[in-house]
Design a protein around this ligand. Structure first.
Ligand code: SAH
Ligand code: SF4
Length: 387
């Protein structure tokens, strides 16, 4: 049956069912459609995993579910909290693989950065996930399980408030806000190469009876897989970030090898139309700042020319180094000059604040751990802070 994760006990993990799959599952059990909303609320809003506590379901249904289904989250191998309040978790999956997940609290929002794959096949030159190669796609249960697990853990830091809050409250001081208001697919993996699990998971994230996050606050980040972007545009209202990193094909072919297949001309044409008909929505372009590679005023001007017809904003990401990388982060004064040029050209341009530095929780530092790991991975598991 569709994308169900079978538990070790061969039970169906209901975290892997979106609304329509849940409806089909319940219909096959002879249940009426209204049970779908009830079950979705119990599982995703109330975070109840014991069917016997789902008091508005009939006794017969509760017993049937206990016999054939389960709600199984990934296990937490460890959790670290940085001095700036950033949380990082290593999650262990049933097959022995591990993935990473990060929560970044800010004054007006709390962003959960989640993974879509174990590793990544696309091998961008500046990315440590890419350097590890690809192991497998995450199931939908493993994707939605990250959000459920993080909201559960964070609620333990703020017992009086649900950890999922679509409306960011400004009443609390920043250091005590632990609510997830935003989800970004900026952890490990290329989400559009796992479309059939990522998109249903996003739909539950935006479902009012599940996590109720706004479509402006669930962001898929892609390195630019054009056919899948077109499908995404048709099937999901989520926000879109595109990892650009270079203003011309020669440089982007080196940094993001996928560019050889889907070059900038074609990518810009898809991005120009992506939110057509939605006046207020724009694509975010991510641009990692690599010293002496893509960070000169000439590159900034070239970027302006490239983006002149695309409704967009630009987010400059200070490069996060990792062992054996050939790259160095641009000095902040160069990043600011770059920002100034693009901003003055009429494109809103921000510089991403690096968070969770002391626990290696920044973008591109998420490396997870593979089952069939190399010696380096084994050493890293023993002492994640050292490698
Ligand atoms: N595969 C998707 C999403 C995961 S990567 C993508 O490429 O968009 C999330 C973001 O982190 C991307 O913009 C990626 O380019 C960036 N990133 C990867 N390695 C990085 C590093 N070492 N320093 C800073 N950003 C990095
Ligand atoms: Fe994959 Fe994104 Fe890393 Fe490129 S930047 S290797 S697409 S995870």
């Amino acid at each position: 049956m569709c994308h169900l994760l079978q538990d070790k006990t061969d039970k169906i993990n209901l975290l892997g069912l979106d609304r329509s799959a849940m409806q089909t599952f319940l219909a096959e059990l002879g249940e009426k459609p209204f049970r779908t909303n009830q079950l979705i609320q119990w599982i995703h809003q109330a975070r109840i995993s014991d069917f016997s506590q789902m008091t508005n379901l009939s006794h017969a249904l509760r017993e049937k579910l206990t016999a054939i289904a389960c709600i199984r989250l990934p296990d937490i191998a460890w959790e670290k909290i940085a001095t700036d309040g950033t949380h990082k978790w290593l999650l262990r999956l049933p097959d022995g693989n591990s993935i990473e997940m990060v929560f970044i609290p800010e004054a007006r929002r709390g962003t959960l950065c989640i993974s879509s794959q174990v590793g990544c096949a696309l091998d961008c030159r500046f990315c440590s996930t890419g350097k590890q190669g690809f192991s497998r796609n995450l199931t939908m249960a493993e994707i939605i399980g990250q959000l459920q697990l993080a909201s559960q853990r964070l609620s333990e830091y703020q017992p009086k408030e649900n950890a999922i809050s679509p409306q960011a409250s400004t009443a609390r001081p920043p250091e005590t806000r632990k609510a997830i208001t935003n989800v970004v697919f900026m952890g490990m993996g290329e989400p559009l190469l796992n479309f059939d699990n990522v998109v249903p998971a996003m739909s539950l994230m935006m479902d009012d009876l599940a996590y109720g996050l706004s479509k402006y606050r669930v962001t898929l980040s892609t390195s630019g897989l054009i056919p899948a972007m077109l499908r995404l545009k048709a099937e999901s209202p989520a926000a879109l970030a595109v990892s650009l990193h270079a203003p011309n094909d020669d440089l982007r072919n080196v940094l993001v090898p996928l560019n050889k297949k889907y070059p900038l001309d074609a990518l810009m044409s898809v991005c120009s139309d992506y939110f057509s008909g939605h006046a207020k929505r724009v694509v975010t372009f991510e641009y990692v700042m690599l010293k002496g590679i893509n960070d000169s005023p000439k590159h900034a001007k070239e970027l302006l020319t490239l983006l002149r017809t695309v409704p967009c904003k630009v987010n400059l990401i200070p490069f996060n180094p990792f062992p054996l990388t050939e790259y160095v982060c641009s000095p902040m004064e160069d990043i600011k000059i770059f920002q100034q040029i693009v901003q003055t050209g009429g494109i809103h341009t921000t510089i991403r604040k690096t968070r969770g530095d002391d626990i290696d929780a920044a973008c591109g530092q998420l490396v997870g751990n593979f089952k069939d790991r190399t010696k380096r991975n084994a050493r890293w598991l023993e002492n994640p802070a050292k490698i």
